[in-house]
Design a protein. Sequence first.
Length: 276
Amino acid sequence: MVYHQKDSLSQNFIKYPSLVTELLDTSDINSNDLVLEIGPGKGIITKELAKKAKNVIAVEKDAVLSSELFKDLKDVSNLKIVTQDILNFNLPSTPYKVFSNIPFSITSEILAKFLKSINLPEAMYFIMQREAAEKFIGYPAETQSSILVKPWYDIEILGNIDRTNFTLKPQVIISFIQFLKKETPFIKIEDKQDYRDFVIYGFNQWQPTILESFQKIFSYNQLKIFKKTLKIGDIKPSEATFDMWLGLYKFYKKFVSEEKKNLIRGFERLHNKKIQ
């Protein structure tokens, strides 16, 4: 069978099982884990995951690739193959981890799906573009992506992967990144969407500074307090540290009126509609 890589999925498949084993050994995945894999393709990662984890769910959008996986791995008893778009897939309700070489073109959408879910993964390991990985760790400066993920996860780039390890040599640097769930999150799970709306609102007001972005939300006196207590001067949203964003949100949660909070509630959904 000849596998045709779908350009629209922007996915470069790993060629060598030995590399997958090396990456898995770097992770904390063990024989007690349920692991979700996105876009298994030819099953190179899938086969090694099945050896390491208790159970594996492989979600493959491409019907041809999925059909071949069913044939090739039909005897792997701890593997479930699902032919579906991961963005429409119902995530596990029990504890699970994620390990995947994700399609580069939908990296942000995939991470958003996990972060917005009720049952957050215990850990996530992704092979992704270095540029995207740096956005999630907030290097060299914080980004909307890093501010959105840091309340719940400690993030680290574990290293880069040589481009020759892929079926089609990527034209970008590829990294291996881990997201480990915090034992005690900075934001309560039930406030996840509220926090996302707040951050996305702040990053998308197109104002010169972070405080001007929230001038319709906080009073003049409150903004003066932020300058003093949080040491927020005339800086852009991307120049504010995660601690500053966290401080702003906690103050907003406690002291801002419901009327003004309504200006922010649902902002992510409205913003996504505008950019579609």
